[in-house]
Design a binder for this molecule. Structure first.
Ligand code: ZN
Length: 245
């Protein structure tokens, strides 16, 4: 998930204090108020652009695939997780799933507090989720320009392994719980577009088109491959489903 600067400053304290975050207090990935790409310093922006080019976008079938459990906790996995953490950092994100890089591994990284190291979570299993739900705005590095309100359990307990294969048990609430759920969704081929109303999805598709136009794309339209079983809305016009390189 993408993270604006203001979010980075606000979220960690809430997490550490263990405060019960209010619904309207855990807005995720707001771009309103966040620095626009053109407001970033040139180096940060260049790094962000480079990272974003490596992150698969809506329309890429890999985002709909179900990732497979990791079986080998070797050097290759270590490097993969390291790279994921670096790309997430460069993309100004708070979370990234392996599928977003086209790798079908059940692996994700997240960091909701810039003061903390990146957490890598392999083969995550959602053990428990609170009955209490929370609505907050989310964005996704694979859905540029899209910001939608998503309802999710406010707290979760997730079991998995770190990059070395050691067991990890993570209890999280607020933004951290939200990011973890968002990334686990990616491992199951689920996008935030699947968690909102049809009307909100239409609006999100429009936002995505506008964001792409803003990037100078030649009116290309984000679409998914023609598949009758697809859960995604299909827009009537346009034919390209690949984002500009
Ligand atoms: Zn995402």
């Amino acid at each position: 998930m993408a993270a604006p600067e203001d979010l980075r400053e606000q979220s960690p304290q809430r997490e550490h204090a263990g405060e019960r975050a209010l619904e309207d207090d855990v807005e995720v990935e707001r771009e309103e108020g966040a620095p626009e790409p053109q407001e970033l310093d040139p180096e940060t922006r260049a790094r962000r652009d480079a990272a974003m080019r490596l992150i698969r976008r809506f329309g890429d079938p890999v985002l709909r695939a179900t990732a497979l459990p990791v079986e080998r906790f070797d050097d290759a996995l270590h490097q993969e997780l390291q790279r994921m953490g670096e790309l997430m950092h460069d993309a100004l994100g708070v979370g990234l799933a392996a599928t977003q890089l086209g790798v079908l591994h059940r692996a994700l990284v997240f960091r909701t507090d810039p003061e903390e190291p990146v957490t890598a979570l392999v083969n995550p299993v959602l053990e428990w989720a609170s009955d209490e739900l929370e609505i907050a705005e989310e964005g996704c590095l694979s859905l540029p320009g899209v910001h939608v309100e998503v309802e999710r359990p406010a707290a979760v307990r997730v079991r998995g392994r770190d990059g070395a294969g050691e067991e990890l048990l993570i209890e999280a609430e607020g933004l951290r719980a939200r990011v973890i759920q968002h990334e686990i969704d990616h491992l199951d081929g689920v996008l935030i577009l699947d968690r909102i109303s049809r009307q909100a999805r239409k609006e999100a598709m429009r936002e995505m088109r506008e964001a792409q136009t803003g990037e100078g794309a030649a009116a290309r339209e984000p679409r998914e491959p023609q598949d009758p079983a697809s859960r995604e809305p299909r827009e009537a016009e346009g034919s390209a489903q690949r984002e500009p390189a």
